[in-house]
Design a protein around this ligand. Structure first.
Ligand SMILES: O=C(O)c1cc(=O)[nH]c(=O)n1[C@@H]1O[C@H](COP(=O)(O)O)[C@@H](O)[C@H]1O
Length: 237
C-alpha cells in the first residue's frame, strides 16, 4: 500500500487529535478514525482530517443485518474515506450488502472506499475464541475461513494479526492484509493478545500495519513513526 504505516487516532476528542498531528511535519499520512473519536466528534472530524491532506481509514467495524449495513455504508461512502471495516462474522450476505452500499454512495468520478473484514480481533486468544465463541477450530483456521468468506464476498482484504498473514497470503497478492497488534520490541502488550513487530509484519506478508499507542503515547510520536516506517522499509519483499 502507498502508506504502509496506519496511525490509529484513538483519542477522545478532536482537540487532542489536532494537538497530536501538529507534532508531524506537513506530509500526508494514513490515519485511522475509530469508534472512540467518531462517536464523540461525528462525521465532521473526517472532513477536517481529510482537509489536512491525510488518507482516512474509517474503522467502524459494522456488524448487523445486511440491509442495515448496506444503508450505513452508503452514508459512509459519501464521506469520501479510503478504507472501511465490517466484521466477517456478519456473513457473506452482509459483506456483499456492504459493498453494494459503498458502490451506491460513491459519487461519479470518486473511488469506492476499500472494504476489509475483521476476522478474529487481535485481542482474542485461541482459548477465548474456543470457550466464548464456541469456535472449535484453531485460531488460524478460523481467521483463514473468515478471510476466504471475505474474498468470496468480493471484499478487498481482511484485518488479522501478523501470525495469520502468511496463510492468508495464499488468497492472492492483491488481497489486502492489514495487521494491528503491532508493538516495538520493549513495548507493553496491554490488551492485545496476538502481537508482533513491524519487521515481523513485513516478513509475514502484511500489506500494512495499524499502530496506535506505540506512536500516540510515545514521547516523540514522529520519531517513533519514522522508526517503525524504517523497520518496515528495511525488509525487502
Ligand atoms: O480493525 C482494527 O483496526 C483492529 C482490529 C483488531 O483485530 N485489532 C485492533 O487492535 N484493531 C485496532 O487497531 C488499533 C490498535 O491499537 P494499539 O493496540 O494501541 O496499537 C486500535 O485502534 C484497534 O481498534
Amino acid at each position: 500500500m502507498e502508506y504502509p504505516v496506519i496511525i490509529a487516532l484513538d483519542f477522545p476528542s478532536g482537540a487532542e487529535v489536532f494537538h497530536f498531528l501538529r507534532k508531524f511535519p506537513d506530509e500526508p499520512l494514513f490515519v485511522k478514525v475509530g469508534m472512540e473519536l467518531f462517536y464523540r466528534e461525528g462525521p465532521a472530524i473526517v472532513q477536517q482530517i481529510k482537509g489536512m491532506g491525510h488518507s482516512i481509514f474509517l474503522d467502524l467495524k459494522l456488524h448487523d443485518i445486511p440491509n442495515t449495513v448496506g444503508r450505513a455504508m452508503k452514508g459512509i461512502a459519501r464521506l469520501g474515506v479510503d478504507l472501511v471495516t465490517v466484521h466477517a462474522a456478519g456473513g457473506t450476505e452482509m459483506m456483499k450488502a456492504a459493498l453494494a452500499g459503498l458502490d451506491q454512495g460513491t459519487g461519479a468520478g470518486q473511488k469506492r472506499p476499500k472494504c476489509v473484514a475483521v476476522t478474529q480481533l487481535t485481542s482474542t486468544s485461541e482459548w477465548q475464541m474456543q470457550k466464548e465463541q464456541l469456535v472449535l477450530s484453531t485460531l488460524e483456521q478460523s481467521v483463514y475461513h473468515y478471510a476466504k468468506l471475505a474474498k468470496q464476498s468480493g471484499l478487498d482484504g481482511v484485518i488479522s494479526s501478523v501470525h495469520e498473514a502468511p496463510i492468508i497470503r495464499h488468497l492472492g497478492e492483491e488481497f489486502l492484509i492489514i495487521t494491528p497488534g503491532i508493538r516495538l520490541e520493549n513495548d507493553d502488550v496491554r490488551d492485545q493478545k496476538r502481537v508482533a513487530t513491524p519487521k515481523q509484519a513485513r516478513q509475514s506478508g502484511a500489506s500494512a500495519i495499524v499502530v496506535g499507542r506505540s506512536i500516540t503515547e510515545s514521547h516523540d510520536p514522529y520519531e517513533t513513526f519514522l522508526k517503525i516506517k524504517q523497520q518496515w522499509e528495511l525488509i525487502g519483499v
